[in-house]
Design a binder for this molecule. Structure first.
Ligand SMILES: *Cc1c(COP(=O)(O)O)cnc(C)c1O
Length: 381
């Protein structure tokens, strides 16, 4: 089956008891047993819940993986993956990543004796040189957040495989519709379902997908042992979001691409970061691993912080806010908002400058968005 058919039907087989075509939300914390040790497959909702099961199967199916697990948030999913590590293991983070990912390794796992370093992996050979004998995990995003760099997933996976290192790809920005890292050699894919999978800015959730049985079993153990599970209502919302993922990603990509071209033509930007701009040096690479450019972009506005803040204030359709991936358009200032947990020096070094603006382009009418950005650019300069 093709993606759209799988998106509509994955995890949505009719309810066995009633035939309901919409999955029941099982709120029960516990399940009655027929006799000691004889269950209908469920005992207690931390260890297994029928609504969560559907979501876990659906995400796995759409990512092209064998096993899926759902978590209370994207960061809970990341924490589970990081918890496979032991004291003395070393982690590499490629380029810029979600601010909270950096904070998790810097302020939490480092305290447990798990050091990490940031490596520029735009050339996978550079990554190869940074891998130490105790490196256990390489963490990457592509496109990266917020600079929209495209990293060569196949190339990085090859390096990791050769050295026996687990490769985790945060696929939140691209979504399973645009990109499937497991098919390109990644060991595990992580999602914040809060974003495009949920798609309506009304839930916090996370997911992990892998085809490695051993890794799945460890992660499943950790999900239950640490209790980082999502509630059944949120599982239902994420599952519902998945059914229209393909439709939304088509419109997000169409709108973001129109806005990106406008920003380039305006003469009011120093650079525009969007994967599917033909002038981008990684355009070919982006096309080789993504179906479309997605809904995220960032740009450096002429006029520094003043112009950036005036631009953000002048937008009318785009709301000023953190987060991304919802049907509504959002704009934000990475240095002062989503990436403020990075030390200023680190931020400048990787290019998160004070004139950088990030847009999560929604699924509104293309012309209204283009007009809104045009107006705000004029007001900012
Ligand atoms: C939001 C986000 C996360 C964290 O997810 P939460 O659901 O907020 O915990 C991780 N990675 C990326 C790329 C994100 O955008």
């Amino acid at each position: 089956m093709r993606f759209a058919t799988r998106a509509v039907h994955a995890g949505h087989e009719p309810d066995a008891l009633t035939g309901a075509v919409t999955p029941p939300i099982y709120t029960s914390s516990t399940f009655a047993q027929e006799e000691v040790g004889k269950t209908k497959g469920y005992e207690y909702s931390r260890s297994g819940n029928p609504t969560r099961d559907r979501l876990e199967r659906a995400v796995a199916e759409l990512e092209g993986g064998k096993f899926g697990l759902a978590f209370a948030s994207g960061l809970a999913a990341e924490t589970a993956v990081a918890s496979i590590l032991k004291k003395g293991d070393h982690v590499i983070i490629c380029n810029d990543v979600y601010g909270g990912t950096y904070r998790l390794f810097d302020k939490v796992f480092r305290n447990y004796g798990i050091p990490f370093e940031r490596v520029d992996a735009t050339d996978p050979a550079n990554l190869q040189e940074s891998i130490r004998p105790n490196t256990r995990l390489v963490w990457m995003e592509s496109p990266t957040n917020p600079l929209m760099l495209i990293l060569d997933i196949r190339g990085i996976a090859k390096v990791c495989k050769k050295r026996g290192v687990t490769l985790a790809v945060d696929n939140t920005f691209a979504t399973p519709y645009l990109q499937n890292p497991l098919k390109m050699g990644a060991t595990v894919v992580v999602h914040s379902t809060t974003k495009y999978i949920g798609g309506h800015s009304d839930l916090i959730g996370g997911a992990v997908v892998t085809s490695s049985k051993a890794l799945y079993e460890r992660l499943k153990f950790l999900q239950n042992a640490t209790g980082s599970i999502p509630g059944p209502f949120d599982c239902y919302l994420a599952l519902r979001g998945l059914r229209t993922l393909h439709l939304r990603m088509e419109q997000h990509s169409k709108n973001a691409s129109a806005v990106a071209f406008l920003l380039v033509r305006s003469g009011k930007t120093l650079s525009v970061n969007y994967p599917f701009l033909p002038a981008s040096p990684t355009y070919k690479l982006a096309k080789s691993q993504m179906k479309l450019g997605g809904g995220m972009l960032s740009f450096r506005i002429r006029g520094g912080y003043k112009a950036a803040s005036r631009f953000l204030k002048s937008l009318e359709v785009f709301a000023l806010g953190e987060s991304l991936g919802g049907v509504e358009s959002l704009a934000e200032h990475p240095a002062k908002m989503t990436h403020s947990s990075l030390p200023p020096k680190e931020r400048e070094k990787i290019g998160i400058t004070d004139d950088l603006v990030r847009l999560s382009v929604g699924v509104e009418d293309t012309k209204d968005l283009v007009e809104d950005v045009t107006r705000a650019l004029r007001a900012a300069s």
